[in-house]
Design a protein around this ligand. Structure first.
Ligand code: SAM
Length: 201
C-alpha cells in the first residue's frame, strides 16, 4: 500500500512540469509556504473539483502538513518540498495555474535581508508566465511594512491589478477564507492581517 508521504509527495523527474502531479485536467491552484497545513488541508476540501499543490521548504513543516492530510479527504492535494523563488516559471507549463495563495510569507524585516523576500519584481515576472489570464493572487501578512512593499511591487507590475478598493484591507470578505496557525497567533499578539488580492491581467 502506498504511504501518505508517497501519495502527497510522489517522486518526480526534475525536468517534468509539476502539472503532471495530476492527470485529471482540473484547474490547478498553488499555495506557497504551507506552514502547519491549515490551508492546504481545509480549503481544497471545499473545492474538490480543483487541484492544489502546496509548496513548503521546511521538512518539519512538511511533516506538520502530512499530519493534517489524508488521501481520502484530500485526494486533490500534493506537496512539494522546495524554497520557491523567481524560477517558479520553470516548474510549470505556461499559463496553467488558476490561482495562488500566500499567507504570511516570511517578512525578513531587516533592510539587509529584504532581498530574501519572496515578493520581488523578478518573482512576479516569473509568476505571470505560469498564471492563466484572470488568475487571482491572494496574499496575507501581519507585517505592515512588508504589506506596503508588496503593494509597491505589484503596483509597478504591468501584468497585475488589485481587485480591492484599497490594495490593503483588514477584512477579506471571503467566506471560505482559512485562518492559518500564523494568522491566529499574530491576532492573539494584537497584529491584524493585511489582505491583498491581485488579478493576472
Ligand atoms: C510565517 S510561516 C506561515 C505559514 C502559513 N502560511 C501560515 O499562515 O500559518 C511561513 C512558512 O513559509 C515557509 N516558506 C518560507 N519561504 C518559503 C519559500 N520561498 N518557499 C516555500 N516555503 C517557504 C516557511 O518554512 C514557513 O513554513
Amino acid at each position: 500500500m502506498i504511504s501518505d508521504r508517497d501519495f502527497f509527495l510522489p517522486p518526480m523527474d526534475d525536468d517534468m512540469p509539476l502539472n503532471a502531479l495530476f492527470d485529471d485536467g482540473k484547474e490547478l491552484y498553488i499555495e506557497i509556504g504551507s506552514g502547519k497545513g491549515e490551508f492546504i488541508s481545509q480549503y481544497p476540501q471545499q473545492h474538490l473539483d480543483w487541484n492544489f499543490i502546496g509548496f513548503e521548504m521546511s521538512e518539519k513543516r512538511i511533516i506538520n502538513c502530512l499530519k493534517k492530510l489524508n488521501p481520502q479527504q484530500n485526494p486533490n492535494v500534493r506537496l512539494v518540498k522546495l524554497a520557491v523563488d523567481d524560477k517558479i516559471k520553470l516548474l510549470f507549463e505556461n499559463a496553467t495555474i488558476s490561482g495562488v495563495f500566500i499567507q504570511h510569507p516570511d517578512p525578513w524585516p531587516k533592510r539587509r535581508h529584504h532581498r530574501r523576500r519572496l515578493i520581488q519584481t523578478a518573482f512576479l515576472d516569473s509568476l505571470a508566465k505560469i498564471l492563466k489570464p484572470k488568475a487571482k493572487v491572494q496574499i496575507a501578512t501581519d507585517h505592515k511594512e512588508y504589506a506596503l512593499w508588496i503593494v509597491d511591487i505589484f503596483s509597478q507590475h504591468k501584468d497585475f491589478i488589485s481587485l480591492q478598493d484599497s490594495p490593503i484591507q483588514n477584512d477579506y470578505n471571503l467566506e471560505d477564507h482559512v485562518v492559518t496557525w500564523f494568522e491566529q497567533e499574530q491576532r492573539r499578539l494584537g497584529f491584524e492581517p493585511n489582505y491583498m488580492l491581485y488579478e493576472r491581467i
